[in-house]
Design a protein around this ligand. Structure first.
Ligand code: NAD
Length: 247
């Protein structure tokens, strides 16, 4: 690892009055959840998430959604946070970052102890009724599906329940607007484990005053970053945290 890069990032954080972090699937690969792009492990190669996790399948063929896409989501809920998630929770606790904007739906920032989390693609903790909007824990959906109730129905109105994940074809939640504001009013954005190919989240670095990227592999914004670190998120964030605490 290039120690100068670690020092430069720590200095940028120290000099910034407000820093936000943007994470993608790459921060969770060390927890065993494959991302969409790494060759031979990416989720794209096993199923097509654009179809399995789409509103068109959810609305038009909910049985197919619950037999296929839903199972992909449940796989994520079994993973544990890794040292990258814990390092970010610690940086927030110590006041080095304000919070995390995540494209991930795996709940791992939440479980690692981060407090201010903007989940721009939703989460796999809750679900809601597509008719009346009634909110339930995701386990309610899981229990119903395991008991053969496919698709699972709302106890209040009989409508179909869905996970609170943003699917291809869905509008983005309010968290995206808040994220835009947070980044625009920050001095620094740290992008971690994202190829920055998913729109409109990949717009966030463009509104940042300065940004750094920690990502194995190229991203669309590498040439505009103050610093680009091509190392795994876990060891890089631990090294940055050590450096911040040293000075
Ligand atoms: P992406 O798959 O497009 O890019 C991930 C990037 O992280 C890749 O460039 C990869 O090389 C890099 N990477 C992999 N392991 C890394 C590591 N240990 N350290 C640093 N970098 C690493 O991910 P994206 O930009 O988040 O876009 C994918 C979309 O898929 C998002 O919308 C997200 O919602 C969804 N998704 C979420 C999860 C999850 O919740 N964990 C998993 C897969 C996909």
């Amino acid at each position: 690892m290039n120690k100068d890069d670690i020092k430069r990032v720590a200095k940028l954080i120290k000099n910034s009055s407000k820093t936000m972090v943007l994470t993608g699937a790459g921060i969770s690969t060390e927890s065993g959840i494959p991302d969409f792009r790494t060759p031979n492990t990416g989720l794209w190669e096993k199923v097509d998430p654009m179809e399995a996790l789409s509103t068109s399948v959810l609305y038009n063929n909910p049985k197919k959604f619950y037999n296929e896409g839903f199972k992909m989501l449940l796989g994520m809920t079994e993973a544990e946070p890794n040292r990258a998630h814990f390092a970010l929770a610690e940086m927030e606790r110590l006041g080095y970052i304000k919070g995390v904007i995540t494209q991930n739906i795996d709940n791992l920032h939440y479980r690692a102890g981060s407090k201010y989390i903007l989940e721009v693609h939703g989460n796999t903790r809750e679900g809601s009724c597509m008719e009346c909007g009634n909110k339930v824990e995701l386990e309610v959906l899981t229990d119903k599906v395991n008991n053969g109730e496919i698709p699972p129905k709302c106890d209040n109105c009989g409508g179909i329940l869905r996970p609170d994940v943003v699917f291809f074809g869905d509008m983005l939640p309010e968290d995206f607007e808040i994220s835009l504001h947070e980044v625009e009013t920050s001095d620094l954005l740290i992008v971690i484990g994202s190829s920055l190919t998913v729109s409109p989240v990949n717009y966030l670095p463009q509104v940042a005053k300065e940004f750094v990227i920690i990502n194995v592999g190229p991203t669309a914004m590498d040439s505009f970053a103050e610093v680009k670190i091509e190392e795994s998120a876990g060891k890089t964030l631990e090294a940055i945290l050590d450096e911040l605490e040293k000075e």
